[in-house]
Write a protein that binds this ligand. Sequence first.
Ligand SMILES: Cc1ncc(COP(=O)(O)O)c(C=O)c1O
Length: 386
Amino acid sequence: MLSINSKLPSTGTSLFTVMSALASEYNAINLGQGFPDFPMDETLAELAKKAIGDGYNQYAPMAGYLPLRETIAHKIETLYQNKISANDNITITPGGGYAICTAFTTILDHGDEVIVFEPAFDSYIANIVSCGATPVIIQLEYPSYKIDWNKVKAAITPKTKAIIINSPHNPTGVVLSDEEMLQLQEILRNTKIFLISDEVYEHLTYDGLEHNSALKYPELFERSFVCFSFGKVYNCTGWKLGYCVAPKAWMAEFRKIHQYNAFCCFTPTQVAIAEHLKNPETYLQLKHFMQKKRDLFVKLMENSGFDLLPAQGGYFVSGTYEKIASEDGLSLAMHLTKTVGVATIPYSTFYSKGEDQKVLRFCITKKDETLIEGAHRLQQIKMNKL
Ligand SMILES: Cc1ncc(COP(=O)(O)O)c(C=O)c1O
């Protein structure tokens, strides 16, 4: 009998997939998985169709379609005052998640440690473990979900190879401030620690908050792989297109891994986004569009019995349910899907040891009518006193 030594022995099907399947089975409103239920920008969709019609159907260059990399470089210079090279510093990837995974594969050796903050997007730990490295978990402070920087200092050992941050954050919606980024820069100074900065929700910050990209801090950028997703910001998650930005020497190593995995990405969507991004309004207005959705959902949930946590950015709003239900998050999420017809994601999913803070995550990138109906249904939990 053949056998394999599983790289991820304790991993099953992710709860995002399970909840989406359950949502379909029970015809529930899906506020679980992070994807929009409204059509993507029509102009961008048309540009992709045009690119196919115009014959952009063969392999793109390994590092990505050059005009797209040039447009990104220009955007980065304008937004973050960092003059990077389209040739040397940017690689287009099949999604932000792939960029993060490739960055980990590029730098990690067996026995290395990586500092991860929990709650965390679920791929990080799987990526780290697959590379034979060890995640060192630091819990974000409940209920602010801020980083305790003293804990970070204390967690650093001679084996620490990297630290991964995510802002705007999934699932909490917390956005890292300028002071926090400077604090991180200070802690990493004179160390050999790499930074992986997951910025897939780059343009989605609310209430006038700025996105403090690692690209804005020259000293941080020297040690960074900064990862982005077009799917997330342009509401076309199924395009699975993103990019990684890193200093020249690290990017050269990153590309060695990428060229034997994906090699390159789908060409027509790269051509379309290159054209679309020429108009800065296409990304600058995204935060206003999404903030309206956040505000609508927060208002609709005012008397729901959930205490919503402040969401400063990203695709999600979260709420504690301690006042209205006593069961654990997973049981409640299953129950809500089956009985009131709303799928959500419990925070325990974002903790490797399944810690349960009685918090559910709601995805707000949905049509207004979906949010209205979802919130209406969620009111029933209070009335039923589950
Ligand atoms: C925080 C975070 N990072 C990375 C990803 C992956 O992005 P992509 O779909 O572009 O691979 C997601 C997707 O949900 C995410 O929420």
